[in-house]
Design a protein. Sequence first.
Length: 173
Amino acid sequence: PAGVPTLREVLRRYPDTRLIVELKGPSTALARAVVDTVREADAVDRTCIGGFSWRALRAVRQFEPRLATSASKAEVRVALYASRVGLSVQPGSYVVFQVPECAGLTRVVSRQFIRRAHEAHLAVQVWTVDDPSDVRRLLDWGADAIITDRPDLAIPTLKEWMGKGGLGGVRKG
């Protein structure tokens, strides 16, 4: 069938692929439906649920504690302020920061933020990075993943970066 595939269809079609599923809003009913779909597909170990809403992410964590989640907007803010004043980033019930490099006039991602997150065993995935020079810089800083609207530019840049001895600060897995 043509059109946009359902989550169930994507999980079935790509059984060995790690996925990020972004919840667009605070709906706990949607969070429950996503958790149920991920469980039914036996994909808990390869799926990370992201989103801005603390309410939705909290619901995911309650419905399925084994399911990886990103930090909510509020949790990112606390970690960002801690890293800026030289404090350790405290791990929470999330495994990753999925963040923009900048939010308005506020720089979110920096070498220091990534270093502090890694010290807490948390990954940093940066969105939406479409410029190859930004991709290289963020990888050099140790970003764990780049989320892009331009894979046609990002993939060759990543391959080039890896060919030059990249992965210095990047954790695999």
